[in-house]
Design a protein around this ligand. Structure first.
Ligand code: PMP
Ligand code: GLN
Length: 384
C-alpha cells in the first residue's frame, strides 16, 4: 500500500462486526439501527425502482432531493440554500467528508479536528496530503477546549473540522463552544467543515448548526446523512450544504470518486425529508429511552458510564472491570459476555500522544430493539 495510508489498517467497525458475526454475540459495536426507517420512505424506494429510476442520477443529486434538503435546512434552522448551487448529494456522509477535505486542502495544509474522531477523518486528511492537528476531548464531560483550539491555529491552518452531536462521545457542543469556533474561523479566515449527521438525535441541550453563527454561512460546509436521520445506513445517502464556491470545489472531487449515487434512494429520501416534524422528534424520544435502558444496565454491570447528550452511542470506562486496555477488553467481550462494543482509544490520534487518552473507554450503540438491549444488559451483568 501507499505510504500515506500506512498506519490505516482494517477499520475497527469491520473487525468488531466480523467478531460479532463469528461469535453470534450481540453487536453493539458498529452503529446501525436494527429497525428500518419510515415505511413511506421504504415504499418510495421500491416505487422508484419499479418505475424505472435505475440509471445514473444527476451528479449533484436528483432535483427533488436537493430541493427537499434545502427546505429542511430552512424549516429547521432558518438557513437559506439554493438547491441548484448550494447542495450536493454524496455517497453517505463518508464521501462528503472525503470529497470536502480533498477538494479544499492543499498538501501541507493543516486541519484542526476534534479527537476522538470518526475514523475516516484521519484517513482522508492523509489522502489529501494534509496534516491533522487534534484537539482532545476528555471524559467525563468531553467539553470542547476552545483555548486549545485557538492555540493550535498556525499560518498553515485551512480547515476546522467539527462534529456535533459527537461520535463517539455523545457530546453536543453548546452555543458558547460553537460561537468560539465560529469566531476563530472568522478571525483567521478558516473554512469550517461540520459533520452534523446526528443533528436529530439530541437528548439534552440543542443542536445548533455552525453555519448559523455570524460570518459562518459562506465559510461552512455542513454534512448530513440520511443513514442516521432515517435509519437507513445501508443506503449511503448523504449531502453537503455550502456556498456555491465551496460546493463547486467539493463537486469537482466527488465527480471522480463516485460521479453519482444510487438513483432510487434519492426520491425516497426526498419524501422522508418531507415527513411531519413528529417523525424527527420521535427519533430522539425513542432513542432517549433506549439510552436510559442501556446506561442503567452498564452502571449495574460495573462500568463507569458517561451519559451522552446526543447520538446513539454511549462511552463507558471499562477499567473497573479490568478493561484498562479497551481494545483487548472488546476483543474478549464476546467470550466473556456475548456482547460486542468498540474501543474508544482507536478514535484518538495515535501519533499525537505519548500515552493515547481514553485507552480504557469502550463505546456501545443503543440504536437497537428494546429486547436486544435488555438481553445485552442481562449478559453484561455477568461481568462483575
Ligand atoms: N460521520 C460520523 C460522525 C458518523 O458517525 C458516521 C457514521 N458512522 C459518518 C460520518 C458516516 O455516515 P454515512 O454512513 O452516511 O457515510
Ligand atoms: N458510523 C457508524 C459508527 O460510528 C458506522 C461506521 C462504519 O461502519 N464505518 O459506528
Amino acid at each position: 500500500g501507499i505510504t500515506r495510508m500506512r498506519g490505516f489498517g482494517t477499520t475497527i467497525f469491520s473487525e468488531m462486526t466480523a467478531l460479532a458475526n463469528r461469535t453470534g454475540a450481540i453487536n453493539l459495536g458498529q452503529g446501525f439501527p436494527d429497525t428500518d426507517g419510515p415505511g413511506s420512505m421504504l415504499r418510495a424506494a421500491v416505487a422508484a425502482i419499479q418505475s424505472g429510476q435505475n440509471q445514473y442520477a444527476p451528479g449533484s443529486g436528483t432535483p427533488d432531493l436537493r430541493t427537499a434538503i434545502a427546505r429542511h435546512q430552512g424549516d429547521w434552522y432558518g438557513l437559506d440554500f439554493d438547491p441548484d448551487t448550494e447542495v450536493l448529494v454524496t455517497a453517505g456522509a463518508t464521501e462528503a467528508i472525503a470529497a470536502t477535505l480533498m477538494g479544499l486542502c492543499e498538501p501541507g495544509d493543516e486541519v484542526l479536528c476534534v479527537e476522538p474522531y470518526y475514523d475516516s477523518y484521519a484517513a482522508v486528511i492523509a489522502l489529501a496530503g494534509a496534516v491533522r492537528r487534534p484537539v482532545t476531548l476528555r471524559p467525563p464531560d468531553y467539553r470542547l477546549d476552545t483555548a486549545a483550539l485557538a492555540a493550535s491555529i498556525t499560518p498553515r491552518t485551512r480547515v476546522i473540522l467539527i462534529n456535533s452531536p459527537h461520535n463517539p462521545t455523545g457530546a453536543v457542543f453548546d452555543r458558547d463552544e460553537l460561537a468560539e469556533v465560529a469566531r476563530l474561523c472568522v478571525e483567521h479566515d478558516l473554512i469550517a467543515v461540520t459533520d452534523e449527521v446526528y443533528e436529530h438525535i439530541v437528548f439534552h441541550g440543542e443542536h445548533v448548526p455552525l453555519a448559523t453563527f455570524p460570518g459562518m454561512r459562506d465559510r461552512t460546509v455542513t454534512i448530513s446523512s440520511a443513514g442516521k436521520t432515517f435509519s437507513a445506513t445501508g443506503w449511503k445517502v448523504g449531502w453537503i450544504c455550502a456556498a456555491p464556491d465551496l460546493v463547486a470545489a467539493v463537486a469537482r472531487v466527488k465527480q471522480f470518486l463516485t460521479f453519482t449515487n444510487a438513483a432510487p434512494f434519492q426520491p425516497a429520501v426526498a419524501a422522508a425529508l418531507g415527513l411531519p416534524r413528529e417523525y424527527f422528534t420521535s427519533l430522539a424520544t425513542d432513542l432517549r429511552a433506549k439510552r436510559d435502558l442501556l446506561c442503567q444496565g452498564l452502571v449495574a454491570a460495573g462500568f463507569d458510564v458517561h451519559i451522552p447528550a446526543g447520538t446513539y452511542f454511549v462511552t463507558a470506562d471499562a477499567a473497573p472491570l479490568g478493561g484498562e486496555d479497551g481494545l483487548a477488553f472488546c476483543r474478549a467481550l464476546p467470550e466473556r459476555a456475548g456482547v460486542v462494543a468498540v474501543p474508544v482509544g482507536v478514535f484518538y490520534d495515535q501519533e499525537a500522544h505519548d500515552v493515547v487518552p481514553g485507552a480504557s473507554l469502550v463505546r456501545f450503540a443503543f440504536c437497537k430493539q428494546d429486547e436486544v438491549l435488555q438481553e445485552a444488559v442481562r449478559r453484561l451483568e455477568g461481568l462483575r
